[in-house]
Every structure is written in C-alpha cells, then in structure tokens.
Write a protein that binds this ligand. Sequence first.
Ligand SMILES: Nc1ncnc2c1ncn2[C@@H]1O[C@H](COP(=O)(O)OP(=O)(O)O)[C@@H](O)[C@H]1O
Ligand SMILES: [Mg+2]
Length: 385
Amino acid sequence: MPDSQDTISSPRPASAGATIAGAAAGTDSPAVEFRDIDIAYGKFVAVRDFSLSIRKGSFVTLLGPSGCGKTTILRSIAGLVDISGGQIMIDGRRVDDVPIYKRNIGLVFQSYALFPHKNVFDNVAFGLKYRNVPKPEIVRRVGKALEMVRLPGTEKKLPSQLSGGQQQRIALARAIVFEPQVLLLDEPLSALDANMREEMRVEIKKIQKETGITAIFVTHDQEEALSMSDRIVVMNAGRVEQIGTPQEVYETPATAFVADFLGKANMLAGTVSRSSGPTAVTLAAGQTVNVVAPKPLAQGGKVTVVVRPQKLSVGAAGANRLSGRVVSASYLGGSAIYEIDIGGGMTIRANTPISGRVFREGEAIEVGFDPEGCVLLDEGGQRIS
Ligand SMILES: Nc1ncnc2c1ncn2[C@@H]1O[C@H](COP(=O)(O)OP(=O)(O)O)[C@@H](O)[C@H]1O
Ligand SMILES: [Mg+2]
C-alpha cells in the first residue's frame, strides 16, 4: 500500500480546508499540499488540476520539459503568482491569502541572484535582517549556514570573487539561514558545468537531509531528478503524468510520455498474438516476445512494449531474444550501448555490461530480456494495469 502522502490526493470539499485550517495545522500535516489548483496567465491555463501532498522533510522534484508549468507551481507557493482555483496549504494552513512577506519560504533560482555589491555575510544575512533578528544571532546563524554549505570564513568576500558553484552555495545558505518551512529550488544547477552539477547534487541532498527541511526541486534533467528525489512528479503541459519514487517512475512508467521522458526507452509497437499462458506480443518488426500482462488482453489488441535499454543484454538467458544488426556501438568502459536494427524499420537500444567482446557496427547481434523487464502500454499510451 503506497503512502497516503506525496501522492495525488483525493478531492475534498472546498470548504473543509477553510474551516478547519487552524485545527489541521500540526506535526501530522503535510508540509505542503496542493488541492486541485489551476493557474492561468490571462486566458492561458499554465497549470491544471494540480494536486500533490508533500511529507515534511521530504525531497520532491517537479520534472518535465520546458514550459510544462514547474516554475509556475513554485511561484504559486511563494505567492509570486495567483492561483485561479483550488487551495495551497503549508503545514495545514491555507496560504493563498497570506501575503508573500509572511510566507516562510526559502528560494534558490537558476541564476544565483546574489546582490553583487554586498559581501557574502550581507547576502546571507538578508533574510534575517529583514526578520529583525538581533545582530549577534545573525552572526551566529550566518556562520552556521556557511559551514553547512562548506564555505566557512567567506563572510567578507564579494560574489564576484567566488566561482559559480560557490555562488550557488551562498544562495543556498541565504535560503536556509532563516530555517524556512519549505525550500524551493528552481533549476539551481543548470547554470553550472557538468562536474560542478554532480557535486552540487550530492551537496544539496546532504544539506537537505541534515537540516530536515522540506524541499521542492524543479528540473528538466531526468538524471538530476532520479538521483536526488524521494518522490518525482512528472509533468507535461500543465498536468501531472505520474507521481512516484525514482524507481517507480523509471521502471513502471504510467504513460508513454513518462517512459520517453525519463531516459531512453525502447517503445516497441505490436499486437497481442497470444492472450494467456504466457501473453505474447508480435512486434511490428515480426518477432514475437513474451510479456507479463497484469490482466488478460484481447488477442489482436494493439499494445506498446516498453523496455529500458538496461534490461536488454547480450548473451543473457532472457526469455525473449531479439536479433538484428549493430547500427552503432559506444564503448563506455564497464558497459556498451548498442543501437540495433531489428528489421521492419525498428531500432532498439541496449545498454549492456561488457561480457566478452565488444560488438562493432554492422555485426549481427542477439539481445535478450525477461518478460518481467517490460511494461505494456495501451493504444492511448497509458500503462495497462
Ligand atoms: N508571466 C507569464 N505570462 C504568460 N505566460 C507565462 C508567464 N510565465 C509563464 N508563462 C507560460 O506558462 C507556461 C508554463 O511556464 P513555466 O511555469 O515557466 O514552465 P517551466 O518552468 O516548466 O519551464 C509556459 O507556456 C509559459 O510560456
Ligand atoms: Mg522554469
């Protein structure tokens, strides 16, 4: 049974939140809850029917292509954009009527957005001064936040004296220094180079765990989402496609969109050629493969067999064999990626550990996969369950 939080919540009467908001606040409340929110820019609806419940202390990522509404959702929590329908609750209290300056939220953006002429101390202290914290307490907390982001002693430096990664750490320190209820991170790593990005992934995750802060992270990078998140919300065109753990969304994508967006997936179109014991699908390329169907499927029905490249291996004893010719081969040290032409205009991708030799372009090859290693989608692109 999945947790009740961090999943799409069932609709509730609109009045419930308003009348019991005070009573509902407390340790058991989700850190953030969206109830059927809609957000429009003029006539354009950017987010539709968005519902999500985020457990305290968890790290949730909104993942989706550019323009799908991720930033808009973050902005709605911070009060930077109005919602046109639904409710947002923070710690069990409605926030749609709370002005921005009273929302206790930390923000980190793609651009570091540090004050260029203020030193690190003043940049980090900003949220504390604003909240009238006494000076000695400010000094102590800024020092602690800088230690958190592993830049102790940099109080007197100017942003221009720091690298991009360091500036982003300062931005993070500034966002966590006043112990916000929620930390919002909008593509905070996208301006960094690849090495720094990976380092910061680990760093941000560590700080989030150490502080126990609830984080909502936005990215269009699937690897970032998979490696950092407790839960991922996959979005497409203003709507939720799937919510789940990284493993759930990667291994059992709910839709063709999710399968395709989360890394390379082989999407093999075919027709159900045997409806039971075991179910078999004949691919458009002609081969027949066995699959695990969660329910009996009508013979002749059109389905798509989704197989991740990592589930296809050379020389493995998988129940399904696909043979073809290597179109391209990339040697990656411990593994190799092959694009394989299996006929009928179908190319599949295999990411397989090296066992024995590396195949070359033009060579005949056979790859196998287990029936358990695939997911079936119906004609509408929805997972058959
Ligand atoms: N201020 C605005 N006025 C009009 N349309 C906007 C505005 N901000 C964003 N949009 C549109 O809303 C949609 C979602 O944008 P956004 O939330 O920024 O997406 P994402 O962060 O996922 O890239 C996009 O189609 C974008 O063009
Ligand atoms: Mg954005």
